[in-house]
Design a protein around this ligand. Structure first.
Ligand code: GZL
Length: 376
């Protein structure tokens, strides 16, 4: 944006010098001199006026005298409670009161729309672009365009795995989330005297780093422990998707499963509806152990009510950390390339067990009304 302002200002200076120098043009024949001079002055005056209009426009686009930092944010969509919290956090942080001019695009889980949104930010000449990538691949071309335009890109939440043309990534460790769910299940099953695990997994949006990490992490433990993963299908991180897949699972695997893993809370809500309708009992002390991710407020309410047995948080409140990255860049500094936001694991007291992930002892938070009240 600042670059656009400079180029337009240069246009204005050139036009003004033309106006000043037009008296130096080769003299027209005496009789035609006045008309020719008038025409030349009018032409240049028009150029100066056009340049002045562009300067005014560029100054306005550049945040004008307010000096606002312009930020374009291409958000995944509005598929879950987690996403709602993530969007609110970004809109609260990148507000005009905080010195920002935010262009926000909800890409409705559409990869092409998300690339289009990023290109619109380049066209606008924003100062920074934030992307929460719907899926982890297909990014190098558009990130190269951002790079060519000199606009720094910050990736929030999910990761981009096929390009390094961005300044920083701020988010959670999805693989650890998946491993934590697996290691907790191992410890909890031992405590409950459960010796056989037959699991069904309702995955998130296929190809998103959140889905990849959670699926790979849980399956790594399942393989090591000799558990059976009967099936895994995507519910696309939505409640409707979770219900649809669980309805199918209840038919195909009736009486054969004792664990359901949902890769976000909204899928778990849908799965609960499907299991209720199919007469499948789930939750602590019942036939099926229900595991979920995100630990949003509504998810913790389902833990407290005895539906979800354990909920593995993915913190949606990364926007303040992203603002810190922008502060560093504005000050001419170099921000960290990867910044992890902390996640917690939640359960009711009876489901809190000791376990480790990659040799690191884990703690769990007991879900109480106060904990729910304080959640995002
Ligand atoms: C994870 C985030 C996921 C959440 C879902 O960081 O990208 O997307 O787990 C959301 O709720 O849809």
């Amino acid at each position: 944006m600042k670059k656009k302002l400079i180029s337009v200002l240069l246009t204005g200076v050139m036009a003004a010098s033309l106006l000043a120098g037009c008296g130096g043009a080769a003299p027209a024949p005496a009789a035609e001199a006045p008309a020719a001079a008038t025409e030349a002055v009018e032409e240049v005056a028009e150029t100066v006026e056009e340049a002045a209009e562009e300067v005014a426009e560029a100054v306005e686009d550049a945040g004008g005298a307010d000096g606002l930092i312009t930020v374009g944010f291409a958000q995944v969509g509005h598929e879950s409670d987690w996403r709602t919290a993530s969007t609110k956090s970004c809109q609260d942080v990148f507000s005009e009161a905080n010195g920002y001019d935010l262009s926000f695009v909800d890409c409705d889980n559409d990869e092409a729309a998300q690339k289009e949104a990023v290109r619109s930010f380049i066209e606008q000449g924003v100062d920074y672009i934030i992307i929460d990538p719907i899926i982890a691949t297909g990014w190098d071309t558009v990130l190269t365009e951002c790079d060519d335009a000199g606009i720094p890109v910050i990736v929030i939440d999910r990761t981009i795995d096929d390009s390094d043309k961005y300044v920083s990534w701020v988010g959670s460790d999805f693989l650890t989330e998946g491993k934590a769910a697996g290691e907790w299940l191992k410890a909890y099953a031992e405590k409950q005297g459960i010796t056989e695990i037959n699991a069904l997994i309702i995955q998130g949006t296929i190809g998103s780093s959140a889905q990849i990490g959670r699926t790979d992490g849980f399956n790594e433990i399942a393989e090591r422990e000799g558990w059976t993963v009967l099936d895994q299908q995507t519910g696309d991180f939505t409640e409707a998707g979770g219900q649809e897949v669980m309805e199918s699972f209840c038919k195909s695997y009736e009486g054969k499963f004792n664990v359901v893993v949902c890769e976000n809370d909204n899928e778990a809500f849908g799965a609960m509806t499907a299991m209720d309708n199919a007469g499948v009992s789930y939750g602590p002390g019942n036939d099926v152990i229900l595991i979920s991710y995100d630990a949003c407020t509504a998810g913790l309410e389902k833990v407290k009510a005895g539906g979800i047995t354990a909920d593995f948080e993915c913190n949606p409140l990364a926007a303040p950390t992203v603002a810190g990255v922008i502060d560093t860049l504005e000050a001419g500094g170099t921000p960290e390339a990867q910044i992890l936001v902390p996640d917690n694991w939640y359960a009711l007291a009876d489901a809190i067990v000791d376990f480790s992930v990659d040799g690191n002892a884990q703690s769990m938070i007991e879900v109480t009304d106060e904990v729910i009240e304080a959640q995002y």
